[in-house]
Design a protein around this ligand. Sequence first.
Ligand code: ADP
Ligand code: MG
Length: 358
Amino acid sequence: MDFQQIFNDSPEVWASAPGRVNLLGEHTDYNDGFVLPTAIPQQTTVYIGISPNPRHHFYSVELAAQVDVAPNNPVSSGFGRYIFGCIQVLEKLGHKVPPLNVLVTSTVPIGSGLSSSAALEIATLKALRSLLELDLDPVQLAQLGQQAEIEYAGVQCGIMDQMAASLADTKHLLFLDTRTLERQLLPLPAESEILVIDSGIPRTLADSGYNQRRAECEAAAQILKVPALRDVTDVKQVETLPSPLQQRARHVITENNRVLEASKGVSAQRFGELMNASHQSLRDDYEVSVAGLDHLVDLLQNTPAVWGARLTGAGFGGACVALVKQGEANTIGQTVLKQYNADHQTEYQGRMLVPDEL
Ligand code: ADP
Ligand code: MG
């Protein structure tokens, strides 16, 4: 389905933004910490034209769904909230947005932790920027996308996803300080490439678990009398905290230190060790892993030519990321999935997300 078929018209503008996978720095962005994501090859593209009537019309090819809304009537559920949110944050800045026809098409897996939501927001905002000839830089786009997701989709997200969708590319790691938004594009470790596998485990506990962890981090920062856990660099400082705040804070501090070490430029082997340590910390201190994810990570870590592996995203299900020898990702992914899917036949099935399944 293309724009012409849906709206019987041609689009005026279009823009794309990629999904992302986070290599290191998990659950650090809402603690003002450091992250190290990269863009994945899959992208979302948003086409925009002017609506011939007073309503907005949004169509998603992947969801085969259409939403029609009056410009002054907020969308309460579904994918329309993200697009409507992007329009609203621009209107709040004083930009007048006419009623629109919007078509979304995407190859980013939806709801697998590769941030299809930020890809949608950034592609929408970029397209709106062209349509309205706005002067907005990539950081402003990311901030507006985050604001749209928080205020209109009701997701208390950090800034990492939108910064990655706006500024990352597939050839580099985006080293980002989520407090200052200072950033640097760094090369991937030599001789390495990225493998992402979806565990197939539904992220049923993800929302409540995420909110609880955020609250625990805030409580830990308050006891330690710092604005955010980012301000604690010595892990010894958390020893006075009660459990589980102690473990949660320790994860954030050691994870920030891992990102900082990796950002200095380390070998693929050392980078992999940092990823393995990150998984252990997410499993034991942050307690956001589940048995199936641990199993998938184990299989990856025990495969030759894998430098390191860990769960990626908020946890409780979702995807795992591995850094592997260049040229090996496809074969490793297929081998590991064969075993994983045989072991979990009756529960869930994994699938390869990067490199893309053909
Ligand atoms: P993730 O960002 O990890 O993929 P989220 O739950 O944050 O998962 O965002 C997924 C939501 O974003 C979808 O439920 C949908 O509302 C919206 N979305 C993302 N991509 C698309 C798309 N191509 N078409 C329509 N909606 C999309
Ligand atoms: Mg998302």
